[in-house]
Design a binder for this molecule. Sequence first.
Ligand code: DVN
Length: 272
Amino acid sequence: MEPVGYRPRQKKRTKRCVVLIVLLLIIVLGVALGLALSRRTETFKTTFMDRCKKFEGNDCEKIWAAFQQAYVGKDPCKVPMEAYDPLIKAAPFKPSCNRMMFWSKTKDVAHDFTDKRDCFVTLEDTLLGSVLDGLTWCGKEGSNETFTSDCPEWADCDDNTVRSFWSRVSAAFAEVACGDATAMLNGSIATPFSQYSIFGSIEVKRFNSANMRSLNVVLVTQENNVSNCSNASLKDLQKELDKGIKYNCKEVSEAQIQACSSNTEIPCHACW
Ligand code: DVN
């Protein structure tokens, strides 16, 4: 017969073991989560640094630090464009007169061209435009991590971490536009120029006739074309331009642009 009182003691020991196991599980999960998070920041940073190092002569650690200060530890919907000012100072844009290409709703065809031909430079071909192209990131109050998922969408809030970055670097890129600049716009949509796009709301407003001589619109057309150079939104673009900047527009088929992208025998100026 078991001594009286034996069961309660055994029950207490069992309870203590269960609590210990649960605590141990929580600690293991916490460490695993912490490691996963820091690994995520490390992966993101590795991508940033690898892309940055392709541009020689830059202090990539300094640029990374200037980038992180904009959003780390902050509400991801309270990161205004100006938060990235120190980043622009750390990696200022250099003007590429007569070679700068802007685009809107033509990301793939524009980059296919600048990837294969060395005659134009888009924002995404510069250091700041390339290190974050296609990436998502944000911070969180009370954390020093960089999150790459569960970040607010572009349209969720105005001072969105990613959208403010693209707005700020686009502004800086447009401010150094000089000589004859090009804008590749989409002829397959009813409004190739939208004043709500980054091109329309940020870049065009910063073109300065003191440095920029002309804006040459390449309207990319396809068989099912919707717009041409007489499109009303393109008239709006002309009105938006700083006085003194000459405006041209040319309808160019996507097929012709793609042929030119792949055939380096054709000089760029003959592409359209
Ligand atoms: O001149 C270019 C270039 O310099 C760039 O910095 O700004 C100009 C292009 O911006 P845009 O005029 O707004 O043109 P898009 O095509 O409307 O948008 C450009 C990009 O912004 C899109 O390709 C999106 O990037 P993604 O997701 O393809 O890597 C992004 N974007 C715009 N509106 C968005 C959005 N992403 C998510 N939600 C939205 N509502």
